[in-house]
Design a protein around this ligand. Structure first.
Ligand code: HEC
Length: 200
């Protein structure tokens, strides 16, 4: 009788430990956040793609520069305000350092995306997420690759793909531009989401 009570007690304690351990608890927490973050990232990539096709059909290439320059940050800004998370777009090589430059965590994840792709994994289906602790709290972080499509090369491709009039616009607006020389299928960057979590 005594022994079996002890056994039950021990089982309860280990169940409680398991729930509190970073392994079990965090995995469940991550799965819950992953679903929501994937939805937001996919929405951003889809809306951006639709806007780009629409503007390319309407105007010339210089109008389309506005889509990548204005509309993408605008969409990301709106999603950030609506969700209370930071939703951004970062590049492997950057055109606009203010909005596009990855932080240390993002640089590492971009590098692992490239490694995974080199081993044969499809960039389109890839994501990475983690819960990180920073001086002012815990954050859920998520990234999803942005892959170069044929029409992106007009402004991000090798020099011979970029029409002269676009080169001129890019050169004057972004004198430190590094976001060129991409091929179709290359890792152009990622949607990056940072969601504040309450104190532990
Ligand atoms: C007509 C020109 C043009 C086209 C086409 C274009 N972009 Fe851009 N892209 C830009 C400009 C300009 C910026 C800088 C935006 C800014 O000022 O924040 C940019 C920035 C970006 C960034 C943010 C990182 C950085 O380098 O600053 C990503 C990611 C990106 N583009 C991906 C794409 C993808 C993917 C496509 C194709 C679906 C695409 N772009 C098509 C002009 C273009």
């Amino acid at each position: 009788m005594k022994r079996s009570r002890g056994g039950v007690h021990l089982a309860l304690v280990s169940a409680a430990l398991l729930a509190a351990s970073p392994g079990g608890g965090e995995a469940a927490e991550l799965a819950e956040y992953d679903k929501a973050a994937s939805e937001v990232a996919t929405t951003l990539i889809r809306q951006f793609g639709e806007a780009m096709r629409r503007e390319m059909a309407k105007g010339g290439p210089t109008e389309v520069v506005k889509v990548c320059a204005d509309l993408a940050p605008e969409l990301a800004g709106r999603l950030s305000r609506e969700q209370g998370w930071r939703v951004t777009r970062v590049g492997t090589r950057v055109r606009n350092p203010l909005l596009g430059m990855p932080d240390a965590w993002e640089q590492q994840v971009l590098a692992t995306f490239a490694e995974r792709a080199a081993k044969g994994e499809d960039l389109m289906g890839m994501t990475h997420s983690e819960i990180v602790t920073e001086p002012n709290g815990r954050y859920y972080r998520f990234m999803k690759p942005i892959v170069a499509q044929p029409h992106c090369l007009l402004c991000h491709g090798p020099a011979e793909h970029v029409p002269e009039e676009i080169k001129t616009v890019l050169k004057t607006t972004y004198p430190f531009d590094q976001a060129i020389g991409y091929q179709v299928g290359d890792l152009r960057g990622a949607v990056s989401i940072k969601r504040p979590l309450g104190a532990e």
